[in-house]
Design a protein around this ligand. Structure first.
Ligand code: CU
Length: 193
């Protein structure tokens, strides 16, 4: 393969390798042997993929990135699921979220992001509300509707961003995997004005 004045031994970085790839695409397009033409098409395909990726990145950059507007979030709470309970840690708050003893206080109208991780050894779920109905595996009163629930496999995590509804009162987060709620997998929440 003709590399011209670029000796491969001198090129160690990814950027340098990329230069060779692009040179190969150009050089090999002029070769007439079957084998090299095959490689040429392969390299050409790689080139097309690179162009497609760059195009996609460009399109993405021109769109509003609402998911990354973390300045709109009033509070961030790390929730770690385990057997059997929820460990809470407030990592950011402008007063929208507060831990008072065991109770998570959340302020009406504020935007709160729960960063939920299953740090346990079995599947857990995350429900919000009050008046638990363990047979139906739900809270009869869920002020966060249409948010329903989410389930996390061992080791997985997700973010859940909610606006705290204007429904002051006592609620909780709970897990309704078989036997978990009865084993104490719940944590009190108070929505305050
Ligand atoms: Cu659970």
């Amino acid at each position: 393969m003709e590399l011209g004045c670029l000796a491969p031994s001198m090129l160690t970085t990814d950027a340098a390798n990329t230069v060779i790839e692009l040179r190969d695409i150009i050089n090999l397009n002029f070769d007439s042997t079957g084998g090299l033409m095959k490689m040429s098409l392969k390299k050409f395909a790689v080139g097309l993929v690179i162009v497609a990726v760059l195009g996609a990145v460009g399109a993405w950059l021109t769109k509003p990135v609402l998911a990354h507007r973390s300045d709109l979030i009033n509070a961030e709470i790390e929730v770690t699921m385990k057997e059997f309970g929820f460990d809470l840690k407030i990592v950011k708050s402008d007063g929208a979220a507060e831990l008072k003893d065991n109770v998570l206080n959340l302020k009406v109208g504020k935007i709160v992001r729960f960063k939920i991780k299953n740090g346990g050894t079995t599947r857990h779920d995350f429900h919000l509300g009050n008046t638990a109905d363990t047979a139906s595996e739900l809270y009869k009163n869920n002020p966060f509707e249409p948010y329903d629930m989410l389930e996390l496999d061992v080791g997985s995590k997700t973010d859940l961003t909610l606006t705290i509804p204007d429904k002051a009162g006592d609620y909780e987060m709970g897990c309704f995997q078989a036997g978990h709620y009865a084993a104490g997998m719940k944590r009190p929440i108070k929505i305050v004005k």
